[in-house]
Design a protein around this ligand. Structure first.
Ligand code: ATP
Length: 675
């Protein structure tokens, strides 16, 4: 059984081809259908009333559903589109019950008529002609295997007529006679008047795109290249969100609140504080409020997103991590931009110098021009005087000047005038040339200045981005440290040349000791260093905490163990094999030197806790070896009156430590003798 659908919003009438599942009988029916396009699985509402269908309607498209393997699949029957016809009452009176569509829609069966240009069928004369020309052929019931039938569109060469043609599995063609509402043989003689067109149409395509002849594409989906995860598919999902508005008293309108204001609104600040409490390492309130917005102000979601970011390896701080790569790239860009800027500055200087030279030349030329003008004026004055004198003597020569001399003088004057003119034109030409050059250089300088400003802006942006990334890296690094455990316990077994080691080191990373009577006990630590471990190996695992210390976190390294277990050796070491303390300070200096933008100051104190009393080791016992008090100063806990030495290099620290050690020995001896 099949039902037709239309993809236009005009009044719709559809031919439905119905095949009985019992005897395979095929019939065609015309129904009026609701405007709704059926879903792949859903209801096609069909129904018609006499009134609705007895009027004139446009036939747009017709579909059939073909039974395949016991299901109703769905395809479209080719039809003459936009053809205006009278729908016979006998067919329109049939009403269809709602049909259920199957989900087993095969693309092979989704065939449908393409769009084509329609002649004006509203012309009554045209309709009459079409009716007169149509031959009446035998009425038939095109019984056959409908699953193997094809539907075609027959269009006459003049484009005046189009028919939906149904080809039975035995090759016979039929068409629907709309006047009589019958299937008829498609006459052979008609074939000369037109051509058949295969049907190729996907009814599930976006109707608007089809109308424009375009493929439908969802512009909400996209991609994003993540530095470590690679290509990620994205989708801009529309959701109902809470948005914080404020009443703008000037306009009287409610406006969405900018992010920078929002983080100062008390209830939002409360939410941000909750997030911060859950993620103490996350300090950027602006970023927190931004994520809260994204999470529809759900603290739980916000925290879970933040935590999940930690879990998925984004925070990997190894050298190969994407963030480091990005950082390296940004650093490279910064260096390149700086180099370009320097080059541009140099070029700018050169151009400025050229410009100065040109200006000087221009001034010289102008002076030359003025001088020539003055000469020319003087000569013409002189000439005028001669002429005047000549007239005043009227032949009686006071100054007896031979005619020849006058002639020579005149020639001189002429030559001079010619020279003046040529010099003037040369000066004008030179000035024009220099002016053009000056304009050219000025525009070049302006361009360079623009580029220079652009570069400076870009450098500023890159620098800001770099700083942001550095800060981010710092946060992430310390988060990783915290995730690895805020308190990490390592075990080092002392090397003793006097005998073999009694401890066993389990393959799973545990330490096994014998507790007597053949019993054994295993202990688990973050890391176990067997007797042959070097000082460097021990330090490698504590090194990470030093970076955290430079990032502003409090760090404490404690050695704990029985007398002679090797605490001093591990922490202080020897001159050749320095311990954790010395190596840590070295590392501190190294990092501080690397971070040129930050000014660090380092101070050292040394205390000894003896019989639950704290003694300052940087005060000589002779100068008063007094117990120090531990007090609370706001949030800080301080040892009152403790000596602090500012250190600038390794020599300073070595000196301070030596002094501390010496004071300890003297104090211990004194205390022992007092006992
Ligand atoms: N890993 C090691 N390799 C070689 N020698 C070691 C090692 N650990 C400790 N020693 C040696 O063992 C001896 C005792 O070590 P150390 O003084 O460091 O112990 P301690 O725990 O500081 O003792 P105390 O608590 O009495 O000060 C020292 O002579 C030291 O050189």
């Amino acid at each position: 059984m099949g039902a037709g659908i239309s993809r236009r919003s005009e009044p719709e009438v559809h031919v439905v081809v119905v095949q009985s599942q019992e005897n395979g009988q095929v019939d065609a029916k015309v129904v009026r259908k609701s405007y709704r396009k059926p879903e792949s699985e859903g209801e096609v509402r069909c129904g018609a009333s006499d009134d609705e269908l007895s009027s004139e309607h446009h036939l747009h498209s017709r579909y059939i559903r073909q039974p395949t393997e016991g299901h109703h699949s769905y395809s479209k029957l080719k039809s003459p589109t936009h053809r205006r016809r009278n729908i016979p009452n006998q067919l329109t009176t049939r009403a269809f019950e709602p049909l259920r569509l199957s989900s087993s829609l095969s693309s092979d069966h989704r065939e449908c008529a393409p769009d084509f240009i329609t002649p004006s069928y509203s012309d009554p004369k045209h309709q009459q002609r079409v009716k007169a020309e149509r031959p009446v052929t035998e009425e038939l019931s095109p019984v056959g295997d409908i699953a193997r039938t094809t539907f075609e569109l027959f269009r006459t060469y003049d484009g005046a007529e189009e028919y939906t043609v149904y080809m039975r599995d035995d090759g016979k063609r039929f068409y629907v006679d709309f006047e009589e509402q019958k299937w008829r043989y498609f006459p052979k003689s008609w074939e000369e008047r037109g051509y058949f067109k295969a049907i190729d149409y996907d009814p599930y395509e976006n109707s608007e795109s089809l109308a424009q002849g375009k493929q439908f594409r969802d512009t909400r989906s996209g991609e994003f290249i993540h530095p470590t995860k690679g290509k990620l598919v994205t989708y801009l999902r529309q959701e109902t969100q809470n948005v914080l508005y404020f009443l703008d008293e000037t306009s009287g309108a409610w406006l969405p609140m900018p992010l920078n204001w929002e983080r100062h609104v008390p209830n939002i600040t409360n939410l941000a504080e909750k997030v911060q409490k859950a993620c103490p390492q996350w300090k950027d309130t602006r970023a927190i409020v931004a994520l809260l917005r994204q999470c529809n102000y759900s603290v739980e979601d916000c925290v879970s997103i933040f935590t999940s970011l930690n879990d998925d390896g984004v925070l990997d701080t190894s050298e190969h991590s994407g963030r480091d790569m990005l950082r390296a790239k940004l650093e490279k860009q910064l260096v390149e931009s700086r180099y370009q800027l320097k080059r541009m500055e140099e070029r700018n200087k050169e151009l400025e110098m050229d410009n100065e030279i040109l200006q000087t030349k221009l001034q010289e030329l102008e002076m030359e021009n003025r001088r020539l003008k003055r000469d020319a004026e003087r000569h013409s004055k002189y000439q005028q005087q001669i002429v005047n004198k000549k007239h005043s003597t009227s032949g009686r020569s006071i100054f007896f000047t031979p005619r020849r001399n006058l002639h020579v003088l005149k020639e001189d004057v002429n030559t001079l005038q010619t020279k003046i003119v040529s010099l003037q034109s040369a000066a004008t030409k030179g000035m024009t040339t220099y002016r053009t050059m000056l304009d050219k250089f000025s525009s070049e300088i302006t361009k360079l200045l623009c580029a220079y400003r652009g570069q400076s802006r870009e450098i500023g942006e890159v620098r800001a981005l770099y700083q942001k990334e550095s800060l981010h890296r710092k946060l992430l690094y310390n988060e990783v440290q915290e995730l690895r455990g805020n308190i990490r316990v390592f075990c080092r077994c002392r090397y003793d040349e006097r005998g073999a080691c009694a401890l066993k080191f389990d393959a799973s990373g545990m330490i096994v000791c014998s507790t007597g009577q053949g019993r054994r006990r295993a202990y688990d630590f973050e890391k176990i260093f067997p007797p042959n471990s070097t000082q460097e190996e021990v330090f490698q695992d504590t090194k990470a905490t030093i970076t955290s210390c430079v990032d502003g976190y409090n760090v404490c390294i404690i050695a704990f163990g029985q007398t002679g277990a090797g605490k001093t050796y591990t922490m202080m070491g020897s001159r050749d094999q320095p311990g954790v303390n010395i190596r840590s300070v070295k590392e501190l200096f190294r990092i501080c030197k690397e971070r040129t933008k930050v000014k660090y100051s380092m101070k050292v104190s040394m205390v000894e806790v003896y019989n639950e009393a704290v003694f300052d080791l940087l005060v000589a016992p002779d100068d008063g070896h007094e117990k120090l008090q531990i007090i609370k100063k706001g949030k800080e806990t301080v040892v009152q009156g403790l000596t602090e030495f500012e250190i600038r290099n390794m020599d300073d620290i070595m000196m301070v430590m030596q002094e501390g050690e010496q004071n300890r020995t003297v104090a211990d001896t004194k205390m022992n003798t007092n006992r």
